[in-house]
Write a protein that binds this ligand. Structure first.
Ligand code: FPP
Length: 238
């Protein structure tokens, strides 16, 4: 289908709370749903799916909760290789790997390498990810790559030094649990993304909700800063 969809998977804690469960139970359920959504997106022939798993701000949570989420991520990375092979799914990462626990960083690097040859959908795990942090790291990479020569920073230079410069900008960003916030997700890349807010909590999500979000997106008219009488997208927004 040629689409890049980003998802802010929100509401695990509230889902658990509403059932008198501990927050971590919500994350466990959230992981099950994430797996279902990856399968549904792959079946719908989505090209890129970016999942916001852990933000640079999520370290503020208790050590127990952070440890639990990291454990879930490691379990997921280790158990999904066959699923990825069967569905030709390539796993990638965005975020600051250098500030993740070394075991988690290694598991991510391993799965990215082991699935590199798969040519179906790409799942990008945003883990220790912050949109501002990614832009800062991109600028630093651009500056350190010049061997001391002065360069002009412009949009192309920044875009070329993002974590995954080959991946197209997201067409659609979905957020669950009824929050109308971007929360530092794909700040640079989402300049022209469409947004879809679902009132449902993430653990209540299903493939049908994803299909509904895509259907809603497909009815929209994207003008990229132009006007509807202009035929081609991508025109200047100046
Ligand atoms: C947001 O709910 C969810 C998270 C911060 C963690 C997301 C993690 C998973 C879904 C599991 C791992 C998934 C993969 C693909 C490895 P919240 O805790 O902010 O909920 P609340 O706003 O209701 O408190």
């Amino acid at each position: 289908m040629g689409l890049h969809i980003g998802i802010i998977m929100d509401g695990n804690g509230r889902w658990a709370q509403a059932r008198g469960l501990v927050r971590t139970q919500g994350h466990r359920e959230g992981l099950k749903v994430a797996k279902q959504i990856v399968k549904a997106a792959s079946d719908l022939k989505i090209d890129f799916l970016t999942l916001y798993v852990f933000s640079t701000e999520n370290w503020k949570r208790t050590a127990d909760e952070v440890g639990f989420i990291m454990g879930l991520v490691r379990q997921y990375l280790k158990s999904e290789f066959n699923f990825c092979r069967e569905n030709h799914i390539r796993v990638r990462h965005t975020g600051d790997l250098s500030r993740l626990p070394t075991d988690v960083a290694k598991d991510i690097a391993d799965v990215c390498r082991d699935t590199e040859m798969f040519t179906g959908m790409q799942v990008i795990l945003a883990l220790n990810y912050g949109g501002r942090d990614e832009i800062v790291r991109a600028v630093n990479r651009a500056l350190t790559g010049t061997a001391g020569k002065e360069i002009d920073i412009n949009e192309t230079v920044i875009a070329d030094h993002l974590d995954n410069p080959d991946i197209p900008d997201p067409d659609l960003i979905i957020r669950t649990a009824g929050e109308y916030r971007i929360s530092n997700f794909l700040l640079w890349e989402s300049a022209y993304s469409e947004y879809y807010i679902s009132e449902k909590l993430w653990p209540d999500w299903s493939g049908a909700d994803l299909a509904e979000a895509i259907e809603n997106f497909q009815k929209r008219e994207r003008r990229y800063g132009g006007a509807s009488y202009l035929s081609a997208p991508g025109v200047s927004h100046e």
